[in-house]
Design a protein around this ligand. Structure first.
Ligand SMILES: Nc1nc2c(c(=O)[nH]1)N[C@@H](CN(C=O)c1ccc(C(=O)N[C@@H](CCC(=O)O)C(=O)O)cc1)CN2
Length: 279
C-alpha cells in the first residue's frame, strides 16, 4: 500500500508557482486573488487563513474581504461587481458555505467566468462537462493531479464516486469521464452502496461522514481517495474512510490530513496564476 502524499505534491506545485510568479513580476504582473469570507464559521476562517498564507508564500497578492454574518445579498453582489471590474484582481473566491440567508447560486453566477478560480460558475461547469478549457474546481483538480503524479491513469477503470456535490462529486465525475473512466456516482439515495463500491478499481469519497467507507466495501487492490474532512469531538481530523481497516486492502490511499486537502489550496493558487497569465 502506498500513501498518496498530497502535502509533498502541493509543496512541489507551490515551488513551481513561486518561480512563475517571479517571472510574472518581472513583466509587471502580480497575480491578485480576492477572497470573500462571510460570517464566522471556524472551519471556513481556518481555510481562508490557509489560503491567505499560501498566496503570500508564492507571491500572489491576497485581497481579503471579511464580512459580517448579517451581510445582505445586494451588498455581496455589489462587492463582486467591484471585484469583477478591478484590473488588479485576477481571481475571485467566495468561501463556502455562505450563511443560509444568502443565495449561493446567484452569488457564484455573479463572478465573471474569467476570474472564477473556484470553477463554480455555470460557464466553467459547462466547459468541464464538454471537456473544454476553463477553470476546474480545486479539490477534484487536485485529485487528478495526485493520480497523475503517482502514474495512476483512470482510463478504462471502474470508478465509484460517493457524493454528488457541485464542489467535489459532480466535477470529479466529469474529470474522470473525460479521462476515459467508467464512472458511477453514488449518494444518499443509492439503494445498495456496497454493490457499487465493491466493483470499483478507484473510489473517491466526499460526503462528510466519518468511516462511511468500510473495509468490507472495498475490493482488494483498489485505489481510495478520501476527500472527506471531519473534525472529531477530540478535535482531530478524519476523512470519510475507515482508514486503518481499509488501507491494507489498497494499492494506493490518501491520508487525512495531508492528502487531498493541501492539493485544494495548491490548485487554487495554480488557477489564480493561470488567470493572471490571461490578464
Ligand atoms: N469557495 C470554496 N469553498 C470551499 C472549498 C473550495 O474549494 N472553494 N472547499 C472546502 C474547504 N477547503 C477550501 O476552501 C479546504 C479544506 C481543507 C483543506 C486542507 O488543506 N486540509 C488539511 C487540514 C487542514 C486543517 O488542519 O484543518 C488537510 O486535509 O490536510 C484545504 C481547503 C469547502 N469550502
Amino acid at each position: 500500500m502506498t500513501l498518496l502524499d498530497g502535502k509533498a505534491l502541493s509543496d512541489t506545485f507551490k515551488q513551481t508557482l513561486t518561480s512563475e510568479c517571479k517571472t510574472l513580476k518581472e513583466k509587471g504582473v502580480v497575480p491578485g486573488l480576492a477572497v470573500v469570507l462571510v460570517g464566522s464559521d471556524p472551519a471556513s476562517a481556518t481555510y481562508v487563513g490557509m489560503k491567505e498564507r499560501s498566496c503570500e508564500a508564492v507571491g500572489i497578492r491576497s485581497i481579503m474581504h471579511r464580512l459580517p454574518e448579517s451581510t445582505a445579498q445586494e451588498a455581496l453582489l455589489s462587492l463582486i461587481d467591484t471585484l469583477n471590474k478591478d484590473p488588479q484582481v485576477d481571481g475571485i473566491l467566495v468561501q463556502l458555505p455562505l450563511p443560509a440567508h444568502l443565495d449561493s447560486d446567484a452569488i457564484l453566477e455573479a463572478i465573471t467566468p474569467c476570474k472564477d478560480v473556484d470553477g463554480f460558475h455555470a460557464i466553467n461547469v459547462g466547459k468541464l462537462s464538454q471537456n473544454l478549457e476553463g477553470f476546474v474546481p480545486c479539490t477534484p483538480l487536485g485529485v487528478m493531479k495526485l493520480l497523475e503524479a503517482y502514474a495512476i491513469n483512470p482510463k478504462g477503470m471502474d470508478v465509484c464516486v460517493i457524493g454528488r456535490s457541485n464542489i467535489v462529486g459532480k466535477p470529479m465525475m466529469n474529470l474522470l469521464i473525460n479521462a476515459g473512466a467508467t464512472v458511477t456516482v453514488c449518494h444518499s439515495q443509492t439503494k445498495d452502496l456496497k454493490a457499487h463500491t465493491l466493483r470499483a478499481d478507484l473510489l473517491v469519497v466526499g460526503v462528510g461522514k466519518p468511516a462511511l467507507l468500510k473495509a468490507d466495501m472495498v475490493k482488494e487492490g483498489a485505489i481510495v481517495i478520501d476527500v472527506g474532512i471531519n473534525r472529531t469531538d477530540k478535535g482531530t481530523l478524519v476523512g470519510d474512510v475507515d482508514f486503518d481497516a481499509v488501507a491494507p486492502k489498497c494499492t494506493f490511499i490518501t491520508p487525512v490530513p495531508g492528502g487531498v486537502g493541501p492539493m485544494t489550496i495548491a490548485m487554487l493558487l495554480s488557477n489564480t496564476v493561470h488567470a493572471a497569465k490571461n490578464r
